[in-house]
Design a protein. Structure first.
Ligand code: NAI
Ligand code: MG
Length: 489
C-alpha cells in the first residue's frame, strides 16, 4: 500500500484546474489521521466557473441534443474504464474514508460502474405518452427533455457509489452536471472524472468542484441562478438549509436524508437469518449507512436468547485496518465523527441503556492512530431515549423489546425519520402488515440492502423529498412537455 499523497484538483470544462485563489485543504485518512491528499478548495468563484462551463455545455453543446444511444456509448465507455481501475479506486476510497477494501472491491466500485450502465440503458428505453382525441381532431403528446444544469451534492459514507447514483441519471437523461463531493472523501470523484475525460465526454458536461458546504462551493451551487436542480444526500439539517437557499431561484430538489430505521424481529422468524441480517443492518460500513437498521425491535419471547446470540455475533466482527481484506469494520470517517459517536455511547449509558458489548475505542497497536470503535450494543432501550431517536451513524445498535405486533409497528413509527425498515418473520400476513403500516420509503422482508435499481428509493417524513431510481429518476431529471396539435376538421 502506497503512502503517496495525491494532488486533487477541480475538473471544470474538461480540464483539471486549481482553485482561482490557489486555496487547498487536506483530506485526512481515518486509518492513521495522516494526510492522503492536498485538495483544491473551491470558493463560490470556483463554483461559478463550473456552473458556467456546465451552462455552456447545456445551452450550446452537443450533449442534450445527442440521441440517448450516443450518450449511452460514452457512458458505457466510462463505466468500462471505472471497472478497469477497480483496484486503484478501491484502495484510494479505503484510504480516504476508511471503509473495508473488500467492500470497495465487491460492492462500491462494481455498483458505481453498474449505476452508470443502468441509467444509460434505461434512458434509451425512454417512452412518452400520447392523448389522442380524434373526435375533436386534437392530438396531444409529450416530450421528455433534460432539465439543465444539475448540482449533485454527496456525502462521504459511500462516496463514489452515491455520486454515481446522482450523476448517472443526470447525464443519461441529457443534463450537464456539477458534482460537489464530500470534503472528507474527495479522491474517487476525481478518478471518475478522469474516466469520463478518457471516454470522450464533451467538455463541460461533467464538472467536479471540491471543497466545503456553508459559505463555500457547496452553498453557491444551491443559490446560483444557472443551476436548475439540486440532488443532495446527507444530513436532514443540511437538507433544510439547502432547500431554503434553493427556494430563491425555485430549483427542483431531491433529498435523501437521515434515518433511524427499525428492524423488527418476530418470534416466528428464522433466527439465524435474522441475526445475520440485523448484524449486517447496523455494522456494515461501520454503521455509517443512512439505511441502517439502527433500532432493533425484538419480540419478548425470544428477547434473551436473541440478544445473547446477537452480542456474540457483534463480538465476532473483525475490527481492523480497512486495507486488510479480512477487515469487516474500519475506522470512522473523521475524529469529529468519532467524538460524536463516542458521545452517543456516553449518552446511552446516562440514559440507562444496558451496555452489552463494545462502548469503547479500539486502540491495539497501529489502530491507536485511527478512529476505530468496537461494535456496540445497548439492550433494554426505551424508544423515547435520544439514542433510539437520533441518527448516530456509527457501529452502535440499540435493542428495544416489544410484546405485540401492534406495539412493534407503533414503536417503528415513533420517530421523525422514515427511510427504511426490516421485518424478520415466517408469517406472510405479518410481513405484509408491517410493510403496509410502517411509514417508510423501503421495507425489507427477511433481507437487507437488496436493491432493484428500477424501484423508488427515498424517504418519508424527515428522511427526504422525492424518489430516485429507474423511472423515478427519469421524472426528476427530465421536464415533460405537452405538444398539442389541432387538425383541421
Ligand atoms: P452534511 O449533510 O453536512 O454533508 C453532506 C454534503 O453536503 C457534503 O458534500 C457537504 O459539503 C455538503 N454541504 C454541507 N452544508 C451545505 C450547504 N449549506 N450547502 C450545500 N452543501 C452543503 O453531512 P456531514 O457533515 O458530512 O455529516 C454530519 C452528519 O450527518 C453525520 O455525522 C451523519 O450523522 C449524518 N450523515 C448522514 C448521511 C445520510 O446519508 N443519511 C450521510 C452523511 C452524513
Ligand atoms: Mg478523507
Amino acid at each position: 500500500m502506497t503512502d503517496e499523497i495525491l494532488q486533487v484538483r477541480h475538473f471544470i470544462g474538461g480540464e483539471f484546474v486549481d482553485s482561482l485563489d490557489g486555496a487547498t485543504f487536506d483530506s485526512i485518512s481515518p486509518i492513521d489521521n495522516a494526510v492522503v491528499a492536498h485538495v483544491a478548495e473551491g470558493s463560490a468563484a470556483d463554483a461559478d466557473r463550473a456552473v458556467e462551463a456546465a451552462r455552456r455545455a447545456f445551452d450550446d453543446g452537443p450533449w442534450p441534443r445527442m440521441s440517448p444511444a450516443a450518450r449511452r456509448k460514452i457512458i458505457h465507455r466510462a463505466a468500462d474504464l471505472i471497472e478497469s481501475r477497480l483496484e486503484e479506486l478501491a484502495s484510494w476510497e479505503t484510504r480516504d474514508m476508511g471503509k473495508p477494501i473488500s467492500e470497495c472491491r465487491t460492492k462500491d466500485v462494481p455498483r458505481t460502474a453498474h449505476n452508470f450502465r443502468f441509467f444509460a440503458d434505461f434512458a434509451e428505453m425512454q417512452h412518452t405518452e400520447a392523448f389522442p382525441k380524434p373526435w375533436d381532431n386534437v392530438l396531444t403528446y409529450t416530450l421528455r427533455e433534460p432539465v439543465g444544469v444539475s448540482a449533485c451534492i454527496s456525502p462521504w459514507n459511500f462516496p463514489m457509489m452515491l455520486e454515481s447514483w446522482k450523476v448517472a441519471p443526470a447525464l443519461a437523461f441529457g443534463n450537464t452536471v456539477v458534482l460537489k463531493p464530500a470534503e472528507q472523501s474527495p479522491i474517487s470523484a476525481s478518478i471518475i472524472a478522469e474516466c469520463f475525460l478518457d471516454a470522450g465526454l464533451p467538455e463541460g458536461v461533467f464538472n467536479v468542484v471540491h471543497g466545503f458546504g456553508p459559505d463555500a462551493a457547496g452553498e453557491r451551487l444551491t443559490t446560483h441562478p444557472g443551476v436548475d436542480l439540486v440532488t443532495f444526500t446527507g444530513e436532514s439539517a443540511t437538507g433544510r438549509v439547502i432547500m431554503a437557499n434553493a427556494a430563491q431561484t425555485l430549483k427542483r430538489v431531491s433529498f435523501e436524508l437521515g434515518g433511524k430505521s427499525a428492524s423488527i424481529v418476530m418470534a416466528d422468524a428464522d433466527i439465524d437469518l435474522a441475526i445475520k441480517g440485523t448484524i449486517d443492518g447496523i455494522f456494515r460500513n461501520q454503521g455509517e449507512v443512512c439505511l441502517a437498521g439502527s433500532r432493533l425491535l425484538v419480540q419478548r419471547e425470544i428477547y434473551e436468547e436473541f440478544l445473547e446470540r446477537y452480542v456474540a455475533a457483534a463480538e465476532a466482527l473483525v475490527v481492523g485496518d480497512p486495507r486488510d481484506a479480512a477487515t469487516q469494520i474500519g475506522p470512522l470517517v473523521s475524529t469529529e465523527h468519532l467524538e460524536k459517536v463516542l458521545s452517543y455511547i456516553e449518552l446511552g449509558q446516562a440514559e440507562g441503556g444496558k451496555l452489552m458489548t463494545g462502548g469503547h475505542r479500539v486502540t491495539e497497536g497501529a489502530l491507536a492512530l485511527g478512529n476505530y470503535v468496537a461494535p456496540t450494543v445497548f439492550a433494554d432501550v426505551d424508544n423515547s431515549w435520544r439514542i433510539a431517536q437520533e441518527e448516530i451513524f456509527g457501529p452502535v445498535q440499540v435493542v428495544v423489546p416489544f410484546d405485540t405486533l401492534e406495539e412493534a409497528i407503533a414503536i417503528a413509527n415513533d420517530n421523525r425519520y422514515g427511510l427504511a425498515g426490516m421485518v424478520w418473520t415466517s408469517n406472510l400476513n405479518t410481513a405484509h402488515r408491517v410493510a403496509r403500516e410502517v411509514r417508510t420509503g423501503t421495507m425489507w422482508v427477511n433481507c437487507f440492502f437488496v436493491r432493484d435499481l428500477r424501484a423508488p428509493f427515498g424517504g418519508m417524513k424527515d428522511s427526504g423529498i422525492g424518489r430516485e431510481g429507474g423511472a423515478y429518476s427519469e421524472e426528476f431529471f427530465t421536464e415533460s412537455k405537452a405538444v398539442v396539435i389541432q387538425f383541421p376538421s
